[in-house]
Design a binder for this molecule. Structure first.
Ligand SMILES: [Zn+2]
Length: 405
């Protein structure tokens, strides 16, 4: 067994057609020259994995068009790298999601809090989903802190039952609502996608909306929705859609193959950088579920040393007085890179927080500690009021990069 099995109708034919499309791309022809036919899905084991740049090259050449309806083009990324492109037809494939995932129904009043515009898919994807549920929708988009009071009052008086957004958005809004003493007793569903869940939300949401439970979607602009998550599933565990062939490699890295008959993105063993393992989910749903184990590309080079971004952030966030940590690497024209630890303190943080963070970074627990020791000026710790957000997507990345002016 190779781990390439699917019950999706016509699965082999769809994968073979995608292979044919990729072989027709001149810049990729050699890459796929060893694989001529797929006699069965098991033959995918011979197909090389595909990365972001390969998909961008293929899309550039293929210029996909929808089989029916219109073609929509989205992009993500850009916070830490080149944009990732994705195409989708009218409806954004949400029929299949609606079959499997039911956080909303006709009685719901749903606020879509994903930021809209600028080619980011989250807002439109969830709007397409909401369209299938018969709910009443409120296309709010991203809002700033100065607007929170007015909108929270609106949610309360209109008796909003469902709210959705990227976890960064949810953290800001529910954290604010909790501090302000706002209660939303009618809220029963919190929808999330775009980032990992954050444990702080497990404290803040019950304090604000005791009847609310979380419902997640996992995917990317290139793969579209891969899996769904219910309140009874752990927040890192996903039930894949039938049209998504998910494969976990020997190295733990996951690759995805789209088995949608009229799918527009030629996704064939596409690696997003996420690692995972197969588990049976605590919710009791039969069949195997995918547990995510974080990104394997979270290790970056800083002055020739490996800096494990996720591990560093996890260690620093565990220190007392820390609400949120981001790392920012700045490239300079005439000297080596510098690293900045951006820390959002908790309300009860002590005055020595910045010193503690600095001491921890310089300690022996981190590979680059020796760098900070040799050149103390290459590390700064900055306390900030709220995380640095990408204005386009409303997401706050763990690692930020910028060029010095
Ligand atoms: Zn589950």
């Amino acid at each position: 067994m190779t781990g390439f099995q699917s019950s999706a109708p016509g699965a082999r034919d769809v994968a073979a057609a995608t292979l044919g499309k990729l072989r027709s791309v001149p810049a990729l022809a050699e890459r796929y020259s060893d694989v001529v036919v797929l006699d069965s899905l098991e033959d995918l084991v011979h197909v090389p994995v595909m990365l972001k740049d390969d998909l961008n090259i293929a899309l550039d050449h293929l210029q996909p068009r929808a089989h029916e309806g219109s073609t929509w083009m989205f992009q993500s990324g850009g916070t830490t790298g080149a944009p990732k492109l994705g195409y989708a037809p009218t409806g954004l494939y949400m029929n299949e999601v609606h079959e499997q995932w039911k956080p909303l129904g006709p009685d719901d009043l749903f606020v879509n809090g994903w930021s809209a515009g600028k080619m980011w898919g989250g807002h439109y994807l969830v709007a397409a989903y909401a369209d299938l549920t018969g709910c009443t929708g409120i296309p709010l988009g991203a809002i700033g802190k100065a607007e929170y009071d007015a909108w929270l009052e609106f949610f309360l008086t209109r008796r909003v039952t469902a709210f959705g957004g990227a976890p960064s958005t949810l953290r800001n809004l529910f954290g604010y609502a909790r501090e302000a003493g706002v209660k939303l007793p009618d809220l029963r569903s919190v929808l999330w996608l775009g980032e990992a869940w954050h444990p702080q939300l497990d404290d803040d949401i019950p304090a604000v909306a005791p009847n609310a439970r979380r419902w997640g979607l996992y995917g990317s602009t290139e793969t579209w929705v891969i899996g769904t998550n219910t309140p009874d599933c752990p927040d890192d565990t996903w039930h894949p859609l039938p049209s998504q062939l998910v494969h976990v490699g020997a190295d733990g890295l996951i690759d995805f193959t789209s088995l949608k008959p009229h799918g527009l993105n030629p996704v064939l063993r596409y690696q997003t950088g996420d690692a995972g393992e197969w588990v049976s989910c605590e919710c009791g749903e039969p069949g195997r579920a995918l547990r995510l184990l974080g990104r394997r590309d979270g290790v970056v080079q800083f002055r020739s040393h490996n800096l494990d971004v996720d591990a560093t952030i996890a260690e620093l966030t565990a220190l007392p007085g820390v609400a949120r940590i981001q790392l920012r690497i700045t490239s300079h024209p005439a000297k080596a890179d510098t690293l900045e630890v951006l820390a959002v303190p908790t309300r009860d943080a002590g005055p020595d927080l910045a010193d503690n963070l600095r001491r921890h970074m310089c300690g022996s627990g981190f590979g680059p500690g020796v760098v900070f020791h040799n050149d103390p000026t290459c590390l700064t710790v900055t306390l900030i009021d709220s995380p640095v957000m990408n204005e386009r997507t409303g997401k706050s990345a763990n690692l930020l990069r910028r060029q010095a002016a």
